[in-house]
Write a protein that binds this ligand. Structure first.
Ligand code: PAF
Length: 281
């Protein structure tokens, strides 16, 4: 596995691979890798002739009071895991390489960034859209793979690609869960053993809502109330949002007529956890 730190070197490598007719798959990450990330890499290996993984804890997607400084970082472990998966290139730029003095660009996907996490993390998705656009121009992939756990992020990236005509195929990879249902996340590292148990309330509430829909419940307010009640059974859980919305527009819906997205953000201890499920009537 080659480690590349310079943008110009990454672009040269990709251009040479493209000239050879090879298909490049990109898996963007912020490191602190877990099985969920590794399954994105495996997916990338099936879809491309070469797999590039970017590892960059992007400062512009964190608000000042958020966990940028404390975000889990273990480069040596990440490097070993990616090497073992057969990653071709690990792109690992320094912050000043990505955002040199005078950097002044910003991309905003307005409507899709407004609800859900966007409402509680203003500016977050501008940071994500901007860095992903940069990564696409640096790595020049044919295909890029993102986890469906970050559903809103995935929809925003799809819109970024559509609206700005990036020639990149976007793949949403199904959420990878622990055997007990907890969605894998780098932020699970913040949980102590009590909080780890409490965190199961996210998956329980999604399953409960799924059962309600399965039993014929169609009223959005009742489904959201059911999901909230399931989370509320955990005394340490604080709800940021529970939202039932259209999976494309992310606008809240009142009545389930078609597939809908149930999306949650819940704080447990220091961790802010998100999860979601598509519910089908
Ligand atoms: O999902 C993430 O890890 C990040 O938001 C991403 C897509 C790598 C952009 O920094």
């Amino acid at each position: 596995m080659v480690i590349v730190e310079q943008i110009s070197e990454m672009q040269r490598w990709s251009d040479a691979e493209r000239r050879q007719g090879r298909r490049i798959a990109l898996v963007p990450t912020m490191g602190a890798l877990h099985e969920g990330h590794l399954s994105l890499v495996r997916d990338g290996k099936m879809r491309g002739d070469r797999v590039v993984v970017s590892l960059f804890v992007n400062p512009t997607q964190f608000a000042p009071q958020e966990d940028f400084a404390g975000y889990p970082r273990d480069f040596e472990r990440d490097r070993r895991l990616l090497d073992a998966e057969g990653t071709d290139v690990l792109f690992h730029p320094a912050p000043q390489e990505m955002y040199p003095e005078g950097f002044d660009a910003e991309i905003e996907i307005r409507d899709l960034s407004a609800p859900l996490c966007g409402a509680v993390r203003p500016g977050h998705f501008k940071g994500v859209a901007t860095v992903v656009a940069k990564l696409f121009n640096i790595v020049r992939p044919h295909v890029a793979i993102f986890g469906c756990k970050d559903y809103q992020q995935l929809q925003i990236i799809r819109r970024l690609v559509r609206d700005l005509n990036f020639d990149v195929e976007i793949i949403g990879h199904p959420t990878v869960r622990e055997p007990d249902g907890l969605a894998m996340s780098s932020r699970n590292a913040y949980l102590n053993s009590e909080e780890r148990k409490a965190a199961l309330c996210l998956y329980r509430s999604l399953r409960h809502a799924e059962e309600m829909v399965g039993c014929g419940e169609r009223r959005g307010a009742a489904i959201v109330a059911g999901a909230r009640a399931e989370i509320a059974r955990e005394a340490s859980a604080r709800i940021d949002y529970v939202s039932l919305c259209d999976p494309e527009s992310l606008r809240e819906i009142d009545l389930v007529q078609d597939a809908v997205l149930l999306a949650l953000a819940v704080r447990i201890g220091k961790a802010r956890l998100i999860d979601n499920m598509i519910l089908k009537p």
